[in-house]
Design a binder for this molecule. Structure first.
Ligand code: 13P
Ligand code: SF4
Length: 322
């Protein structure tokens, strides 16, 4: 009979990963531990990564804002981004001397794909003198053409920090409208959407309340505004996780990507998670197997064109200062 080689690690995740599945992961996890030491590498993992990555091999986990902050201060030669491409690019901007790897170059984002620097130029022409705030879910080229970045964790604060009556907020139209409900600053939005969060509907929320009376419903601000309006709380992935830790609702439903509930549930076994969720196909391109391969072969290296790097870095650093 096969035995578990890493019982302490497995005990942490045993409520969400069946033992036979875990056994299939152990070879890769052991190899990744060794490779990290050998290459002086760290793994940064977003909250949407699968539990065997998030709880098994990641050194630093968090929302986009936390990953950007940590990329700037982490000490290592190599950063492996277990997340999507814009997160790896942001890490490279903030840690230009480190090698930044993404295990699958195809890990993109529908929001990042929804806007180009040419679109920004059109917006500048149509709205001269209105500052452009770009969500971090964009390419480095779009960040370079914008004035400042924001994440879902600091969007209201960034909007209000500029001290102007009107801003452009790109590319997530729903995030922009959700932020507009919380500030007096006028917000002009772009029409990008997150292909994961746009699928939630107010009917989902009502159906859940009917099936699970008393359930606490948390929504990511990339959800449509009528969904956020019916939820009990809206916030970034880190804010949702903190909400569960602070309030410990008896039953909770996170309207966001599927792995999020698994990852948060590990730390809160007393909370019951109701799990209607949507998968992000981009986040799911990252696996233990391709993280191991990235470390073994040093691929796929993420670089940023020097012609745009300084301007893109300025947009991200301006955000981090606030
Ligand atoms: P957070 O910044 O809240 O982690 O969100 C990132 C993301 O891609 C959500 O879809
Ligand atoms: Fe992009 Fe949405 Fe996936 Fe986040 S969940 S990476 S916003 S497609």
């Amino acid at each position: 009979m096969m035995t578990i080689r890493m019982p302490d690690l497995y005990n942490r995740v045993s409520q969400i990963i069946p033992q036979p599945d875990w056994m299939l992961f152990e070879d890769d996890i052991e190899a990744i531990f060794m490779l990290k030491r050998e290459k002086n590498a760290v793994i940064l993992a977003h909250n949407y990564q699968t539990p065997e990555i998030f709880h098994g091999v990641a050194d630093i986990v968090g929302d986009s804002l936390a990953l950007a902050r940590e990329a700037a201060r982490v000490e290592a030669d190599v950063i492996v981004m277990a997340g999507v491409h814009f997160m790896a690019e942001t890490a490279k901007l903030l840690s230009p001397k480190k090698t930044v790897l993404i295990p699958d170059m195809r890990a993109g984002c529908s929001l990042a794909d929804s806007i180009t620097p040419a679109n920004i130029a059109q917006l500048r022409e149509a709205h001269p003198d209105v500052p452009i705030i770009t969500y971090v879910n964009t390419s480095a080229a779009v960040k370079a053409a914008s004035d400042i970045c924001c994440t879902s964790g600091n969007a209201v604060k960034i909007v209000e920090s500029l001290g102007v009556p009107k801003v452009l907020m790109i590319p997530d139209g729903y995030l922009a409208r959700n932020v507009a409900r919380e500030t007096d600053v006028e917000i002009i939005a772009w029409n990008g959407t997150c292909e994961v969060h746009e699928l939630f509907t107010p009917e989902d929320v009502r159906g859940m309340r009917e099936s699970w009376p008393g359930v606490t419903i948390l929504a990511h601000p990339e959800c449509p505004p009528d969904v956020v309006a019916e939820a009990d709380f809206a916030g970034s992935t880190a804010a949702m996780s903190d909400f569960v830790g602070d309030k410990k609702p008896a039953r909770v439903c996170l309207l966001t990507e599927c792995s999020m509930s698994d990852n948060v549930a590990v730390n809160h076994p007393e909370v019951k998670f109701i799990r209607p969720c949507n998968l992000c196909p981009h986040m799911k391109r990252i696996t233990l197997g391709n993280i191991r391969e990235a470390l073994e072969k040093g691929h796929h290296e993420v670089t940023v064109d020097p012609a745009i790097a300084a301007d893109a870095r300025r947009s991200v650093e301006r955000m981090l200062e606030i």
